[in-house]
Write a protein that binds this ligand. Structure first.
Ligand code: GDP
Length: 405
């Protein structure tokens, strides 16, 4: 019995072995990829050096590739690096090259004409009347005072016009315009030196302090001024010494970056005098031509802060005398601006005035009033919020703007 079982098991094993040899193994071999010469075995003479071209290949699978960032139209794609080359340099932020500021007021004159038309046209209409009686002269004087010319200069102008019309007469509107133009120009005083002292000294840059009450457009003016100087090929450095207003330093840094100018700044609440000092020191080290310092613009009634401005100037002057102290006044604030001007002038010796927002007021007379008040010329005027809306003051273009074309 046992013998029969052993024989049966042996027969079964033989049958299974035969089946495996005949069917399963050959199929496995057929399914398996053929051995690859050079990979699975060292190729011998007569063998291919690599897998034959008709060897089974991987199937092609369609996969979703991540979308390539599309370059904005019109912009060149950065070149790809070739093997062995350094990766391409990403282009840095574009540095603007502002247009030169000379003659800018002539180009911006239309802005004056728009805001000052009440003054210029009003005066011309009055002067062109057939009869220049007492009432008309009074109206002329009122128009001038309303335009912030100040009482003294207004009366002066009326007196001069009265005298001239008596002697010369006014034939027509053109005549009136010519006479008014001459007299307004004389009041604005074309003989004043309005140039900005921005020439570098031996071993140190020119230093400009920009002072004024908050909101007058002081920081904006520093930014615009940097552009004017860059357009004249000056190496400029900015000092953000308005450390009271958190956003002022950021605002100034952005202005500077646009024209490739570095801004020296301190921590929020840092001592403005030390920031200003550091800015000038950096300007000396970097051999800059001009350092423009934006100062803290607190209300002039806060005696402490005004003292601080005096201190700032004294500290900065350890490097050498300051070349310009520019007082920024908002033309729309009228007589209040004059009061500010007086207080600032007591603390620091103001060398030039910047009248901002002349585009938004019919009170162009403030130019004359404030010059008279401080005995200091208006050197720059702001005629809009645009980056290049700061113009060197040009008396002729200004008067022409007031009178309209
Ligand atoms: P800051 O506090 O004195 O530094 O004043 P900012 O420089 O921040 O300016 C205050 C506001 O006045 C901003 O909105 C400026 O854009 C605006 N501003 C400055 N100058 C002019 C100008 O000439 N014309 C007009 N329309 N706005 C101006």
């Amino acid at each position: 019995m046992v013998t029969e079982l052993v024989i049966l098991a042996a027969v079964l094993a033989a049958v299974l072995l035969t089946v495996a040899l005949v069917y399963v193994l050959p199929r496995r071999r057929r399914d398996a990829p053929p051995p690859r010469p050079g990979v699975d075995y060292v190729p011998g003479v007569g063998d291919d050096a690599g897998p034959p071209v008709d060897a089974p290949k991987r199937t092609v699978e369609t996969v979703d590739l991540p979308e390539a960032p599309s370059a904005p139209s019109g912009e060149a794609r950065p070149a790809e690096a070739l093997p062995g080359e350094l990766p391409p340099v990403e282009p840095g932020p574009v540095v603007e090259r502002p247009a030169p500021a000379a003659g800018r007021l002539v180009r911006l004159r239309s802005r004056l004409a728009r805001s000052q038309s009440a003054l210029g046209q009003g005066l011309l209409t009055l002067l062109s009347r057939d009869r220049l009686d007492e009432d008309t002269w009074e109206e002329i004087e009122e128009t001038l005072i309303t335009a912030d010319l100040g009482v003294g200069p207004s009366q002066e102008l009326v007196e001069r016009l009265r005298a001239r019309t008596r002697v010369e007469g006014v034939a027509d509107a053109d005549d009136a315009r010519r006479m008014l133009r001459e007299e307004l120009l004389a009041l604005v005083d074309p003989s004043l030196d309005r140039s900005l002292r921005t020439q570098r000294h031996e071993g140190r840059p020119a230093v400009l302090l920009v002072v004024g009450v908050n909101g007058t457009g002081k920081t904006t003016t520093v930014g615009k001024l940097a552009r004017v100087l860059v357009s004249e090929d000056r190496d400029v450095l900015l000092g953000a010494a308005d450390t009271f207003r958190a956003a002022a330093a950021d605002q100034l840094t952005t202005w500077g970056e646009r024209v490739g100018v570095v801004t020296v700044r301190g921590a929020e609440g840092a001592d403005p005098a030390s920031v200003a000092y550091e800015a000038v020191r950096a300007g000396i080290e970097q051999e800059a031509d001009v350092v423009v310092v934006d100062t803290a613009g607190r209300l002039q009634t806060k005696v402490g802060l005004m003292d601080e401005l005096g201190k700032l100037k004294r500290v900065v002057e350890k490097h050498g005398p300051v070349d310009e102290v520019l007082l920024v006044l908002d033309a729309t604030t009228g007589q209040n601006g004059l009061a500010q001007a007086r207080v600032f002038a007591e603390v620091v010796a103001v060398t030039g005035l910047v009248l901002t927002k002349l585009d938004g007021t019919a009170r162009g007379g403030i130019v004359v009033a404030v010059q008279r008040e401080l005995g200091v010329p208006v050197k720059l005027v702001g005629l809009g919020e645009g980056a290049d809306d700061l113009a060197p003051f040009d008396p002729e273009a200004f008067v022409d703007g007031i009178l309209g074309d």
